[in-house]
Write a protein of this length. Structure first.
Length: 578
């Protein structure tokens, strides 16, 4: 048969596919495949195997080039377009996905660092006793009983979570069979003990457990998913000063505990919150008893004479008294068989200003009885003294309130007995009295909540309270809180604790509530600092001696951070000081 005849019997090529009903790119792909198949058949029919091979090489090259281009495009997109921590990022599988926690200026408070879990498959361990000895030598913190139990078992189990990269390398260098590691994204706190109770902790599952970690749990996780930080309102510089001065004073006084708060009276932002003693957030298990308690939010105290600020404010705001109103404190005041006297007795008739400066129990008791139960309860309610302080922290506790509001109870309330509140409540109420008379929720959110608040006293009452607080620092029990040029105002508080049914002078608290600068218009930027020392056992237990000096030193050190200028006051005349 001739070549021509042979070609006559050549198999007909496959029918060209019909693609009119499909999209253009599918039509192009179908035609390309048809062309390649036709080229292979034609090469075989023409007895040109080298052409067939050449076509196959070209096709393979095209496929590899296409794959390479796709991989390169994917790598470029991942490197340039994927956000940190987002989908497609290189974060550890099962990561907590919690944002870094920072202070208001971006200083790091909490972050995630990759640790490793140590796993052992005992079926792959050659010498279990040798493995036990070597791992214990490399990781002394590993539980011997746990390690032995895993090595003596028959399945792969975790031996120790949370290994640092250095610890992982130490075990890896042993080259033991059956030993493996799995990455864990663990929450760490680089500052250790600083702001521990405020920051709180998160568990290994990425959920907040306490403090700000719990309060802002959803927001922190959402920020982490976006690769962003989450900022709190606190200023680490202010926090550091507060903790330093508070810890020093509490140690010198042999105190059971101490608290300190610094708040922006304009926005309600917490700039510093300290509870002493503290503990290391990275080693909660070794915390001393009571150290994990946030005494600012959860500690209950009868505050003593700092409550006289609230009693006087109610009297001024209702018009029942003004600064020149005269009140008889020349002798003890009796309510039934109960005798009320003054610790700093003057034995004379006092103006309302002198009642405040001399901290007269008699004077405020008379005011409370005259105002009546409804008025007293109304102002305590307005100032947030009868409910938990509104703040994001879940630990904010309700006060222990009086059951009745008779004359004797109101007299006690007027100078800080008969009700137990938290330092957070005390701070919020003081903020409302000095910022022009508006109660705003305290907040740990940078920039504040935007809540305009509610009016609790008139601007005139607020101005009068600041004037009284300033006078008390210049010539009253708060003199040791004065900071040169910063116009500090404040009120001392001293109270005995109820022990076995009786008030015991050896178990007491000393406190000081302050504002600076106390002068200027209502809308001026000012700050509240509150300090309480719980059960000081050495030296004086009075607030003017144990708490007021701490406040003065804190204000003196933080004023520059807050941009409060110093203005030197003229000297107080000798007769006024006397």
């Amino acid at each position: 048969m001739s070549v021509q005849d042979h070609r006559a019997f050549r198999p007909a090529p496959a029918a060209r596919p019909v693609t009119s009903a499909v999209s253009p790119w599918l039509r192009w792909l179908s035609e390309a495949v048809w062309f390649v198949e036709h080229a292979f058949e034609r090469a075989r029919a023409d007895a040109k195997p080298e052409e067939d091979t050449r076509v196959r090489i070209v096709v393979i090259q095209a496929v590899f080039i296409g794959i390479f281009v796709l991989l390169a495009a994917g790598a470029t997109r991942a490197a340039l377009l994927t956000q940190a921590g987002g989908v497609g990022s290189t974060s550890v599988a099962g990561a907590l996905q919690r944002a870094d926690l920072t202070d208001r200026n971006g200083a790091l408070l909490a972050t995630n660092i990759v640790h490793y879990g140590l796993y052992i498959d005992p079926t792959e361990v050659w010498d279990r006793q040798a493995a036990f000895t070597q791992i214990r030598r490399a990781l002394p913190q590993v539980s011997a009983s746990r390690l032995r139990r895993v090595l003596d078992g028959e399945r792969r189990l975790i031996v120790q979570p949370g290994l640092t990269p250095a610890e992982r390398e130490a075990v890896h260098a042993l080259a033991l069979g059956g030993v493996s590691f799995e990455p864990e994204d663990r929450r760490v706190y680089p500052l250790g003990t600083s702001a521990a109770q405020l920051i709180g902790t998160a568990d290994t599952g990425g959920q907040g457990v306490s403090g700000a970690e719990l309060a802002f749990n959803d927001a922190i996780r959402a920020a982490g998913a976006q690769g962003q930080d989450f900022a709190l309102s606190i200023d680490l510089r202010v926090q550091g000063v507060l903790e330093n001065e508070l810890g020093l004073a509490a140690t010198e006084a042999g105190a059971r505990g101490a608290v300190g708060v610094v708040a922006d009276a304009t926005t309600g932002e917490i700039l510093g919150m300290a509870s002493w003693p503290t503990y290391d957030l990275n080693d909660r298990g070794s915390a001393a008893e009571g150290a994990t308690l946030n005494r600012v939010t959860s500690g209950h105290y009868e505050m003593g004479s700092v409550f006289k600020t609230f009693t006087v404010a109610a009297a001024l705001d209702t018009g029942r008294a003004d600064l020149n109103t005269m009140i008889d404190a020349s002798e003890a005041y009796y309510i039934g068989n109960r005798r009320i006297s003054d610790f700093h007795a003057t034995n004379k008739i006092l103006s309302l200003e002198d009642v405040f400066i001399h901290s007269s129990n008699i004077g405020t008791s008379r005011l409370a009885v005259e105002m009546g139960a409804d008025t007293m309860r109304d102002y305590f309610q307005r100032l947030g003294l009868l409910d938990a302080a509104p703040i994001e922290l879940k630990e904010s506790a309700r006060p222990r309130r009086p059951r009745q509001w008779d004359d004797s109870t109101r007299a006690s309330l007027s100078f800080g007995y008969g009700i137990m509140i938290t330092p957070l409540q005390m701070t919020a109420a003081t903020v409302a009295l000095v910022n022009g008379g508006v109660y705003r929720p305290l907040t740990l959110r940078r920039g504040g909540t935007g809540d305009e608040g509610r009016r609790v006293v008139t601007p005139e009452t607020s101005s009068a309270i600041r004037q009284l607080m300033r006078a008390n620092v210049l010539r009253g029990s708060g003199r040791s809180a004065n900071a040169e040029g910063l116009r500090v105002g404040g009120k001392t508080g001293s109270a005995n604790k109820l022990v076995n049914g009786r008030y015991d002078a050896s178990h007491g608290v000393g406190s000081f509530a302050s504002v600076f600068p106390a002068d200027g218009p209502d809308d001026a930027r000012r700050y509240v600092v509150f300090v309480l020392v719980d059960e000081p056992s050495q030296g004086s237990r009075l607030g003017g001696a144990v708490a007021a000096p701490v406040v003065g030193r804190v204000i003196d050190r933080i004023a520059g951070f807050l941009g409060v200028p110093r203005r030197i006051d003229p000297p107080v005349p000798a007769e006024a000081a006397a």
